[in-house]
Design a protein around this ligand. Structure first.
Ligand SMILES: [Zn+2]
Ligand SMILES: [Zn+2]
Length: 218
């Protein structure tokens, strides 16, 4: 019997204004994880961009794909990349500076060779075909309404998976590649924007109201 090889599949990324182009290449079966995060910080990012309607689902969840950063490349528009930290912490949330299409979340250095791709800008049919449609939920109590009986992601399993990625990348520098960081210096390609406390408070107030609206609609 000849072994079957599965070439990587490709998923195109393009921001709304067309400035940033990229592609995700994933092997089959995919080794990333589809998550829906309902946490307040992910919601804050959606509101910061004024794109909550596109990004957040009916339960205020953000759909992401946690993956190896080296499998995402950006072919055009690196100079339009922007990133923000909504907490002042090391988690960077990336987007197009011109049209505010969200791209991905990362930690602040390529020592952590993974990213959470934000799926709202991707074609949903193609995303499901390539990455599978099974999702696990995180931080449900921070979301809106009751999503019912859904699968939740265990923190221990997720941390383990991230640790394995960090260790593998120590021995294989190729894995440290990220389209959002400078290869040579390992620094982010855009200076992270930090929100003032007053800005974050205003965003949280907006998020509160939005969650009430979502819950009301259920
Ligand atoms: Zn754009
Ligand atoms: Zn989150």
């Amino acid at each position: 019997m000849t072994p079957t090889t599965n070439p990587p599949q490709a998923l195109e990324f393009q921001c709304e204004c067309g400035a940033i182009h990229g592609v995700v290449r994933e092997s089959f079966p995919p080794n990333g994880r589809r998550l829906v995060c309902h946490c307040n910080d992910c919601q804050a990012f959606a509101h910061y961009l004024d794109r909550e309607k596109q990004i957040l689902d009916d339960h205020a969840g953000t759909h992401v794909y946690q993956m190896d950063s080296s499998k995402f490349t950006i072919s055009k528009g690196q100079d339009k990349l922007a990133c923000v930290t909504v907490t002042g912490g090391p988690l960077l949330r990336w987007y197009c500076a011109t049209c505010k299409t969200p791209i991905a979340n990362t930690l602040s250095s390529t020592r952590f060779p993974f990213l959470s791709l934000i799926l709202s800008a991707f074609d949903q049919g193609k995303t499901d075909a390539m990455l599978g449609s099974a999702v696990e939920h995180v931080a449900i109590p921070s979301g809106a309404g009751d999503p019912g009986k859904v699968k939740t992601a265990g923190m221990a399993g997720m941390l383990w998976q991230l640790l394995v990625r960090v260790i593998k990348a120590r021995f294989n520098p190729e894995l440290k590649k990220s389209p959002l960081f400078d290869d040579a210096t390992g620094k982010p390609l855009a200076e992270p924007i930090k929100l003032e406390r007053s800005e974050r408070l205003a965003i949280d107030e907006k998020a509160d109201i939005y969650r009430e609206v979502l819950a009301e609609a259920q």
